[in-house]
Design a binder for this molecule. Structure first.
Ligand SMILES: Nc1ncnc2c1ncn2[C@@H]1O[C@H](COP(=O)(O)OP(=O)(O)OP(=O)(O)O)[C@@H](O)[C@H]1O
Ligand SMILES: [Mg+2]
Length: 259
């Protein structure tokens, strides 16, 4: 299945009735099994775009549609992981993970099978009965990821899922996400403002500029998906990171002045 984002624009009206063009003329597509990372400075419209692709927000212009087989018979499934940990505090890890399966009226046996499978995959075995408040930040995000994966989505959307974590946990979670991706091969749209993270995870990096948010460049990361951190790719990795930083730098400085 392919996801097509065509000429998407979004204009907000702020509290002073002033129009803010958050996105303009955004077109790209996400192929089957492709991992796309959106990067750009604060306020460039990354979350807005992710929410539009996820159907949580409607675009002012343009459209988002899915192409592929079997689409007539069902709505595409979307798995979403937000920056803010969005677990239900009154549900255990297991109950959070199977939430989407209950909504879809899967049998108890199927819920158990899929729920356990994805809990194991994110490394939370043994914590099925824990409540969110008993978990560390990294573990909560793992539970959030397991919940998004459990519905076996056609597209996984992630908005800065690791930005609230400390640097070490973040590095470990990035590695784990790659391992998970390698097993599930889900088409993914991932938002970050961390350039190293973008180069580490992406098949393609889409760089957005700000005011209005437009596509500045799309960069193919031509490195093996697993093992990019290895010494032999160090030079190429840093070159990609530097190229992206040069594209963002000016806008990031402007964003800082406004903050
Ligand atoms: N509901 C809204 N009403 C008015 N303006 C909005 C609204 N949501 C977003 N904006 C504006 O649209 C622009 C893009 O916001 P968005 O949150 O998508 O940026 P972002 O790239 O995700 O930023 P960050 O990196 O800080 O998360 C900003 O100028 C923001 O102020
Ligand atoms: Mg955002």
């Amino acid at each position: 299945m392919k996801i097509v984002i065509e000429n998407v624009g979004k204009t907000f009206v702020d509290s002073k009735k002033k129009e803010v063009i958050a996105l303009e003329n955004i077109s790209f597509s996400i192929s089957e099994e492709e991992f796309i990372v959106l990067v750009g400075p604060s306020g460039c419209g990354k979350s807005t775009l992710l929410n539009i692709v996820g159907g949580l927000l409607s675009p002012t212009t343009g459209s988002v549609y899915f192409e592929g087989e079997g689409l007539d018979s069902k709505e595409p499934n979307l798995g979403i992981v937000f920056q803010e940990i969005a677990l239900f505090p009154w549900r255990t890890v297991y109950e959070n993970v199977v939430y989407g399966l209950q909504e879809r009226k899967l049998s108890k046996a199927e819920q158990r099978e899929k729920g356990q499978h994805y809990i194991d995959m994110v490394g939370l075995s043994g914590f099925e009965n824990a409540y969110p408040k008993q978990l560390s930040g990294g573990m909560k995000q793992r539970a959030g990821i397991a919940r998004a994966l459990a519905i076996e989505p056609d597209l996984l959307l992630m908005d800065e899922p690791f930005s609230a974590l400390d640097a070490q946990t973040r590095t470990l979670m990035q590695e784990e996400l790659l391992t998970i991706w390698n097993r599930t091969k889900l088409s993914t749209l991932y938002v970050t403002h961390n350039i190293q993270e973008a180069v580490y995870l992406a098949d393609r990096v889409i760089v957005l500029s700000r005011h209005p948010g437009k596509i500045k460049d799309i960069i193919d990361i031509d490195l093996p998906k697993i093992g990019r951190n290895d010494e032999e790719y160090r030079m190429q990795f840093e070159q990609y990171a530097d190229d992206i930083w040069q594209l963002i730098r000016h806008d990031a400085e402007e964003a800082l002045k406004e903050a």
